[in-house]
Design a protein around this ligand. Structure first.
Ligand code: SF4
Length: 202
């Protein structure tokens, strides 16, 4: 079976809007500043963005706060992003632990990660509806260890259930991940050494 090029799919969707001089409203789930740096750079010219920092998977809380404040700093320091909005959700790691119960010992990239994507994308879809967005999307696809096909399948499933469109992305394409490393250096962004949860940290 051919793998979808989700980056091409995204560009086709956004280009249709651009023909009419429109920019759709996108609720973009953001996992951290380094991943957001290159993802926002790519999508911002074609969209009206609201960033959602919903990551109850991150442990410990100091790490969560650090990643969040770094994201806010990065956006605030870029005058081109003056129109980018930011939405925060209260931190509650128990939501995540409950959701992945029974999968604590799964390998990274296994079922626990699929559940983790699902938890975060569900909230993103719900917030997108609340804020009147056209689409929801995520920066998670920039990670080299994150399977875009799995994320797209999760996003589309949730889109059907929640009644709002998922915007497929594959931010790692077109050297997106390499660009995030470059921007992280240029902007002196904090780069964590583990994905987020206590299980991956071990
Ligand atoms: S390794 Fe990352 S994606 Fe997987 S469950 Fe942990 S935080 Fe979530």
């Amino acid at each position: 079976m051919n793998r979808e090029n989700a980056d091409n799919t995204m560009m086709k969707i956004l280009s249709k809007y651009a023909v009419d001089g429109k920019k759709p409203m996108v609720m973009l789930h953001v996992c951290c500043a380094p991943c957001a740096s290159a993802s926002i750079e790519r999508i911002h010219p074609l969209t009206r963005l609201t960033l959602l920092f919903y990551n109850p998977n991150i442990m410990p809380q100091q790490e969560y706060e650090k990643r969040k404040s770094e994201l806010i700093r990065m956006v605030k320091e870029n005058p081109d992003y003056a129109d980018v909005k930011f939405v925060d959700v209260d931190y509650d790691n128990s939501e995540y632990l409950q959701f992945v119960r029974g999968h604590e010992k799964d390998e990274e990239q296994g079922e626990r990660c699929t559940l983790c994507f699902s938890l975060r994308l569900r909230k993103t879809a719900q917030m997108a509806k609340l804020y009147g967005c056209d689409f929801f999307a995520t920066t998670l696809t920039i990670g080299p260890k994150k399977n875009t096909d799995v994320i797209s399948a999760v996003g589309r499933g949730i889109a059907k259930e929640e009644g709002i469109e998922y915007l497929p992305t594959d931010f790692k394409r077109k050297k997106g991940y390499e660009r995030s490393l470059q921007l992280s250096n240029e902007l002196a962004l904090y780069r964590q050494s583990y994905c987020g949860c206590a299980f991956a940290r071990k």
